[in-house]
Structures are given as C-alpha cells and as structure tokens.
Design a protein around this ligand. Sequence first.
Ligand code: SF4
Ligand code: SF4
Length: 375
Amino acid sequence: MARVYNWQIRREMSYWYPENRPQKQFAAVFDINKCIACQTCTLACKTTWTSGKGQEYMLWNNVESKPYGCYPLAWDLKLLKQLGPQQWNGGGYEGRTIFEAAPAGQRVLGWRPDDHDFSYPNVGEDDCAGKIENGTNLHFPHLTWFFYLARICNHCTYPACLASCPRGSIYKRPEDGIVLVDQGRCRGYRECTQGCPYKKVFFNPLTGTSEKCIACYPKFENKLQQQCFLNCIGKIRMAGYISQPENAIPENPIDYLVHVRKVALPLFPQFGLEPNVYYIPPIHAPDSFLRQMFGPGAAAAIETYRKAPDDPDLAGLLSLFGCSEQVMPRWKRENDTIIGAEENGAEIVRVPLREPVYIREAFDKKYNVARVNCP
Ligand code: SF4
Ligand code: SF4
C-alpha cells in the first residue's frame, strides 16, 4: 500500500498505487434541488451506450429517490454498515476509508451485488421519510421529505475499481482522468464490481467482461458535454475540469462551485476515493442525513445556496447550467449577463442573470380569446 493525499478528507491515506494525478481531471456538478426525476438522463445514456445484449440491466446513469431508493439494492447502506463508525473532526475525517478497512488479503472493503440486487431499479421511488398524517403537506415546515439523487461513475481520483482489479485491466486516462475498463484485458473476475462502493461497474454475462460509464469520452474529447448532461430536462448538470484546492481558478465554473464557494460536495467522501461528481445538497433534507452523505460541509453549502437570489455571481453561474452542449471551462459575469467561455476566453454562450417575465392579459383583445393565467 502507498501513502497518498486525499483533499476531500484532508489527510493522507493508504491506497494500492502511488499518487499519480492526471494532467486534467474530468469533474461535474449536479444541483440536486433542480432534479425532477424525469429519468431523461437515464434513457439518454441507455440508448447511447447500453442497449446491447447482456447490458439490459445496466444503468450507467440512474436516478434514485433518497432515503429509500437505491440501485442496486442498499448499495450505500450495506457498505456504511460494513465500514462502521465514521467520525469527522472539523473538515478532517478520522474514521477508516474503504482501503484502510479492507480485510486481510483484500485490497478494498466491499461486497458484490447479485442478480436480485439489480432487479428493482425503481425501488423507493417518491417514498417519503417520516410519517404522513392528514394534512401534513399543507403545513410547513413538515418532516416528510425525499430527494432525487442522480448518479454516474465518479471517475474517482483513487478508484476502488482500479485498485481491486488483479489484472490491471482498469486504467485512468492521464489526459482527463476518465476511468475505463480495457475490454481486451478484462477476464471478468468481477473484483471491480465488488470494490466500487458506488456500484458503477457492471458485469456483462454475454461478453464475460466488466463495463462502466465512459464519461462519453468521444464527445468530451471534442469539448462536448456528455449525453446525460446535454439531455437533462432540469438543467441540473455542468461538466468540466477540477483543479486541486490550492490551484483553484475562480473563473473555472467547477472550481468556483467546489473550492471557492464550497457549495458543491462529493458523495460519501469518507469512502476515500476522492470522487469527482459534486452535488449541491437538497435544501429541505435533515442535516444529519446530508452530513453522512456529503460530509461536514453540507449545512454551510445549503446556507450559501439559499442566499443565491441575492448573490449575482452564484445565481449567474447556476443559470449557465444546461445552456450549451459545449464544455465551458471558463465563465464570467458582466453586470446582468453571464458568459460561458473557452479556456482562452472565447465566448460560447451568454445568458441573462434574470429571465424576463411576461404576464399575459387575461383577455386577449387581438385574438378575442380569454386565457387562464395561473399566479
Ligand atoms: S465510481 Fe466506482 S467505477 Fe467509477 S471510478 Fe469510482 S470506483 Fe471506479
Ligand atoms: S434528466 Fe436531469 S432532471 Fe431529469 S432525472 Fe436526470 S438529472 Fe434529474
């Protein structure tokens, strides 16, 4: 085991290979508050990459309702239980990562889902936490809540799938940090499906190899956002590159949201993989739940996000989500206009800080029709 630095848990940790960061690291921000669980992303991915034989059950992108939704079954609960107590002290993690908690003879603490675990992709959909009594939803605040968690492979800095593979069939691309399975080398030992805590590697029984999200690399290499990003109805997603915290560039949208404003957080950072999909937590779920899921920064992130209406930079950047198929590595605000740009500053798209609102007349004299205007 090597010693590597993981900035998300603010300490060194053990990992199977020495630290070897890519020149650039693909990363994404998902704003959970805007997801409507339409599953358009799921289908965009499915029809692009996993419509073949042996791939029927695969959802490289899935959207589950928390707290009860999960695909495969209990993917998070099982590992959290195996891992035991997870203690944070300030911003630092004092518990064990899944690499440090690996049983003797294994590289990673994990478990392998079976066919049954993959049989219920919609389990828990729209199920609330808390008891629903008569009139509950008419009174605020109430204790019934759920939220939608869209999930893809995190293209982790310290991938457990890669560490688990005894044949060295999984690799992390030096140019963009995307994690791929070499289909020619893979022999289907399924150590990766056991090791990935997010359960984002899938075994194809027809080819006998493992397959996973490829971050739509043929698009990303051409500066285009992934299929699940492009098709997102809620415009919750933005793809780009992330820097190390000490090298954060405020003009880089991902760096700004993750490092500068700290409003987007990794999923289960305590597992130790330094995952590279970052979530803006839902504002209406209990802090204890969000703290376990996104780490100790959850409450502060929500506080910052809640103030976005009076924060033109943050509100402006959030309005750039879903506005272009092109990756926008840079952004800036010019008064009431937000500009998404290339790395060299060339403009890609501009959007207004506030969308204009037009209120129609209830009776349209020109066309002689009455319209219903909902407030
Ligand atoms: S999320 Fe899982 S499959 Fe993706 S890189 Fe991390 S460990 Fe590997
Ligand atoms: S397409 Fe966007 S809004 Fe719809 S489920 Fe997927 S992430 Fe959520």
